[in-house]
Ligand binder design. Structure first.
Ligand code: GH3
Ligand code: MG
Ligand code: MG
Length: 460
């Protein structure tokens, strides 16, 4: 701005920012006067546009007066831009909603609303230009024309994202201090089949997340109490919330804040004013990516035959289990089970029957422990289970229950009746030094003793 004289500046400001916002008010008034049979929703949206454009005009008039009275170099243009952008965003967001609802039914209304959208888009550009130390004749103008050329054959509001059944009912949390912004996003996302929750501050969002699971967070960057970056870093450093995808939404569209958000673990970024069709596509794409990642994670960690944890996962979990329980000085127990003479089952009844027997043992172990306990297949017909907090006696009771359940069961597989037994070894962390690997070795030794002692028994 420094290279523009004060007077030039004031007249530029008036012409490019004040007058257009006044004309939005004019168009809104015309709509209010001429359109009587509007639906309730459209009426409300138009009232929103009207009140936000009034707010816009009075803000701009206020700054315009300040400009006349003060030294322009003392102006915080970043703040002015932020203040002004909020009402413009509302005008744009609500106008797009009205346009969507009225496009097919009311051509006259659509034309007026499109005018509001055009003016608001121009205003956004001018407000952006305001903070740059450039004159108003800068390259933005040419850029805008070339962008317009680029998209001239495509109507952005026509973009349709392939609907994905797996996305329906996904839970999205919108965190924004501006209730109108929240409302605009919520309406569109609800229409698309998402479950949408709203919170008006970072603190309220973090509180909500302590007791509620969500699949995606839309996070406003500028909020009065905890800002978006702080919320994001709290999420990313939390054990339970660090995997929730986050899309940052903000009026700051300078590259530095974008990079900063992405570095802090944001999955994507949307600059205000948010184009609702772009929001929709980004939400869907982030959710789809998360689903694929979850699938991959599940595949990499699950034993395909039984559906319980595979060897890598169960050992990993046991490591975490060990660390956490040691920290809280809690005792835990590890048991290893192995099907007796399993080769005989394979040889007698076939490999498929062997598979069914393995599945049955996995189910029996899972059914006899709690959800928080660990159950996994170590390989072949060998399983691990870990329970906490538990005494040696209680662990023995559980393992005996598992052993007798298997012993008593008569499986009907391929027209054959199959019975089998298992052996097990238990290690308990109490009075034992070392860590999970020591307990694994110990439990394995006990299992060996059980096999040598005649099988179908648990040794501790
Ligand atoms: P023991 O009582 O000493 O444990 O004898 P066992 O026959 O049960 O033990 P061994 O380790 O000698 O044999 C295990 C067999 O399990 C060998 C292997 O072919 C079979 N096996 C390993 N994985 C699978 C599987 O996924 N499905 C089937 N059906 N068999 C498997
Ligand atoms: Mg065996
Ligand atoms: Mg074996």
């Amino acid at each position: 701005m420094s290279n523009i004289s004060k007077n030039e500046n004031i007249s530029e400001f008036k012409e490019k920012i004040l007058f257009p916002s006044q004309s939005i008010v004019g168009i809104c008034n015309e709509i209010s006067r001429n359109f009587e049979d509007l639906s309730e929703e459209t009426f409300e949206d138009i009232q929103q546009i009207l009140s936000s454009s009034h707010k816009l005009v009075s803000l701009i008039e206020h700054y315009n007066d300040d400009m006349k009275a003060q030294d322009i170099s003392a102006f915080d243009f970043q703040k002015i831009r932020h203040d002004i952008k909020n009402p413009i965003n509302v005008v744009l967001g609500c106008s797009k909603l009205v346009l969507e609802d009225s496009q097919d039914s009311d051509e006259e209304l659509s034309v007026l609303i499109k005018q509001i959208i055009d003016i608001s888009n121009d205003l956004t550009m001018e407000v952006d230009a305001l903070i740059r130390s450039e004159t108003y004749e800068q390259k933005d103008k040419t850029q805008k024309t070339s962008l317009a050329d680029l998209f001239s054959s495509i109507d952005v509001s026509e973009f349709k994202h392939d609907s994905n059944e797996r996305l329906l009912g996904k839970r999205i949390l919108i965190v924004d201090d501006d209730h109108i912004n929240r409302g605009i996003f919520k309406r569109r996302l609800t229409q698309r089949g998402y479950d949408v929750y709203e919170k008006d501050s970072g603190a309220n969002a973090l509180n909500f997340l302590m007791n509620n699971e969500v699949d995606l967070i839309l996070l406003d960057l500028l909020m009065p109490d905890i800002n978006g970056i702080e919320v994001l870093s709290k999420l990313r450093s939390s054990d339970t919330l660090n995997n929730i995808p986050v899309i940052i939404i903000s009026g700051l569209d300078d590259p530095r804040s974008i990079v900063s958000c992405l570095r802090n673990g944001a999955n994507d970024y949307l600059a205000k004013p948010v184009e609702l069709s772009v929001l929709e596509i980004k939400v869907a794409s982030v959710l789809e990516k998360q689903i694929l990642q979850d699938d991959l994670f599940r595949l990499a960690n699950t034993d395909q035959l039984t559906g319980i944890s595979n060897r890598r996962k169960i050992i990993d979990d046991l490591k975490t289990y060990d660390n956490q329980l040691k920290m809280h000085e809690q005792a835990y127990a590890v048991a290893i089970f192995d099907i007796d003479h399993f080769k005989l089952i394979n040889d007698t009844f076939g490999h498929d029957a062997g598979d069914e027997a393995i599945k049955f043992v996995a189910e029996t172990i899972s059914a006899n422990v709690r959800k928080v306990d660990l159950v996994g297949r170590l390989g072949g017909e060998e399983f691990l289970c870990a329970c906490q907090p538990i005494s040696i006696d209680d662990m023995t009771i559980i393992c005996e229950r598992i052993r007798t359940s298997v012993e008593k069961a008569e499986l009907q597989i391929n027209n054959a009746q199959i019975s089998m037994t298992i052996s097990g070894g238990i290690a308990h962390s109490k009075d034992m030094s070392g860590d999970y690997s020591t307990y694994l070795t110990f439990a394995d030794e006990k299992l060996y003793e059980a096999k040598n002692g005649g099988r179908n028994r648990i040794i501790l």
